[in-house]
Ligand binder design. Structure first.
Ligand SMILES: Cc1cc2nc3c(=O)[nH]c(=O)nc-3n(C[C@H](O)[C@H](O)[C@H](O)COP(=O)(O)O)c2cc1C
Length: 174
């Protein structure tokens, strides 16, 4: 799939086919995460591959916004080393976006799952043994997507609402 087509068609996926994700695809997901840029090339990320059904079930049970994690074939937790990360949100966002686009191009999908509440974040970190100096950003479920991604259509603002020419407020497009 061309980059343009992957970016144009990608949607968040919250329901997955039960078929397993091959090891080589998991390795590719990790590889594109590692290839992504980071502030001062610090590469402060850690990726934890989670396949164990009981672990996935437990994590799905503690998130408010990601119970579907429990049914994903695999998930990848993304943690950032607080000791070296200059811009943990930006760096992790770039890595996970590369994974998300690759997954889409492979016929799969994912969804950013947030662990906003401190007690949920702590509980998720405990389950996967993530130490204190690593910030848990998200645990992304991955799996093959159904033909029709359920419930969602691409909803975006009009480009004219967000694109400016030279100075804020000058319309780039009418
Ligand atoms: C930082 C961030 C946090 C998100 N957190 C969640 C979440 O916890 N649960 C969820 O179901 N979707 C989550 N999403 C997915 C968004 O709801 C989704 O990307 C948005 O509705 C646009 O839909 P699309 O990705 O299909 O275009 C998150 C997305 C981002 C970028």
């Amino acid at each position: 799939m061309e980059v343009w087509d992957a970016l144009r068609t990608r949607l968040t996926v919250r329901q997955f086919k039960p078929e397993p994700v091959p090891d080589e695809i998991v390795t590719k997901l990790l590889q594109v995460g590692l290839w992504s840029p980071s502030s001062r090339n610090r590469q402060p990320w850690h990726f934890i591959v989670i396949r164990d059904r009981e672990t996935l079930r437990k994590i799905g049970g503690i998130t408010t916004y990601g119970p579907f994690l429990a049914d994903a074939p695999i998930a990848i937790a993304i943690g950032m080393d607080k000791r070296t990360a200059d811009r943990p949100d930006l760096d992790s966002g770039r890595a996970l976006q590369q994974m998300e686009v690759l997954a889409w191009s492979e016929g799969m999908g994912t969804c950013f799952v947030a662990f906003h509440e401190p007690d949920q974040n702590r509980a998720a970190k405990d389950i996967i043994g993530m130490p204190d100096h690593i910030e848990l950003i998200t645990i992304m479920p991955f799996g093959y997507r159904h033909d029709h991604v359920k419930g969602i259509r691409r909803r975006r603002k009009d480009l004219s609402e967000v694109a400016h020419s030279e100075r804020f407020g000058n319309a780039y497009v009418e």
